[in-house]
Each structure stands twice: as C-alpha cells, then as structure tokens.
Design a protein around this ligand. Structure first.
Ligand SMILES: [Zn+2]
Length: 240
C-alpha cells in the first residue's frame, strides 16, 4: 500500500525529473498573446456594467473605497486580458484630481484597475492650465462621468500655502496657486484640516465654472464635479 508520505516523495521526484528534462532541452518561446478581438466576448461578460451616469460612477467609487477601507480590495481589472483590451482604447469612467502625496494613490484607495480612472495629480491638487486641459480631454474625448477633487489630511502643500514663510524655487509658485482658496487660514497652522477642505471646495467651484467644456457638461447634467477628502489612517474617502 502506498503511504501518503511515499506518494508525496514520488510526486516530488517526478516533478524534479520534469524540471531537469526541461533544462536539458531548448526552451520554446512563449506563444504570442491572442488577438484582442478574441478576448472581447468573454471580457464583456465578466466585467461589471460600465457606469452610464455620474451617480453610477460615484457609486462605483464608493463601493471600491468601502472594499479598501475594510481590507477587502478586489484589485479588479489588472490581469492580462485587461491589459490587452485597454491597449486598444482606454475607458475610464471617472477623473480624479488629487494630491501628489504618495499616501493617496487613487487606483488603490478606490480599488480600481487599468483603464478605470483618469488621474491628474499635483501637490495640493493645485490646478493649472495643464490640469484643465487634461480634465477637459477626459470629459469630452474619453467620456468620464464624474470628476472627483480629492484633498487629504496633513497635506504638505496646503500647510505651505497657509504658512507665512516664502518657500524655495517653484514650490512657492505652486502654493501661490492654492493660496486664494485658503486665504482666511494663512498664519493659522492649527487650521490645516479646515484649510485643506476649503481648498478642495474652492477647486471644485473653479472647475464647475471652467469654460468652455466643463461648465457646459455640468450644466447639461452630463457630468458631476464633486469634492472629497481622504483620511490617511482609515483609508476612508469622505465625499463632502
Ligand atoms: Zn497633499
């Protein structure tokens, strides 16, 4: 009778023989990946419905953040099939204008994957012409349904903006962009939290009025532009 231990030993021996045999023969090149068209049918079946409205897009983001907060991230849309599909055309459903802070990566905190989110990141999510053009592209060309402006706790850029010291190099230029939105907190370092939230709200208002594209899409109800605030320790995104 074959014992469990001897069976395992035999299996390992056979596996070693197989490895040895592979090493002695010329390795065959990996087969090329199947054409993207071959993946289309099953991919459409397994992927969740693409958000068709701003509210559906916001719901998708909230569901993803809830998974992240509860340590239940699904890490969707990151496999080889997704790479091949998205190589043909990106299909983001949301744009996130957020801070460059390394603790606030949108794909992770919203538990999304390749081709899901269009990201504009600068410190303090300070907007500039390049940010505006990027967001307009995501709306008018890519068809995103929502723009989330996301600030966060302990933001260094906001801290600099409410400080009274002149900062070196282009850092001063950057904080000068966001200073108008937080001017009532300048010289009040204990008000960093309030200033960070005020910064987000000011940035949202600027984007809503931004002509000619974003303002029109907002008025027509085709997109929503909403404020959010990220908690570093819990991973929670609060929609303001
Ligand atoms: Zn920041």
């Amino acid at each position: 009778m074959i014992t469990k231990r001897s069976f395992v030993a035999t299996a390992i021996f056979i596996a070693l023989l197989a490895v040895s045999s592979c090493q002695n023969t010329e390795q065959k090149p990996a087969p090329p990946p199947p054409a993207a068209e071959a993946y289309n049918a099953p991919a459409v079946e397994v992927l969740p419905p693409y958000p068709q409205t701003p509210d559906e897009a916001i719901a998708r983001l909230k569901e993803g953040n809830a998974r992240f907060v509860n340590d239940k991230s699904a890490h969707p849309n990151r496999d080889d099939t997704r790479k091949i599909i998205q190589a043909q055309q990106q299909t983001p459903f949301a744009s996130i204008m957020s801070c460059s802070d390394s603790r606030v990566p949108s794909e992770i905190v919203f538990d999304q994957g390749l081709g899901d989110l269009f990201i504009v990141r600068t410190a303090g999510q300070a907007p500039a012409v390049a940010s505006y053009g990027s967001l307009e592209f995501s709306v008018a060309v890519l068809g995103v349904k929502v723009i989330v402006v996301m600030g966060h706790e302990k933001c260094g850029a906001v801290k600099g903006a409410i400080g009274t010291e002149k900062l070196p190099g282009h850092i001063e230029d950057l904080v000068n962009i966001i200073r108008p939105g937080v001017k009532e907190y300048v010289g009040k370092p204990d008000k960093l939290e309030e200033a960070a939230r005020a910064n987000v709200l000011a940035e949202v208002e600027t984007l809503k009025k931004l002509n000619p594209i974003l303002s029109q899409y907002v008025q027509e109800g085709k997109i929503k532009i909403i404020p959010a605030y990220y908690r570093l320790e819990t991973g929670q995104v609060e929609f303001l």
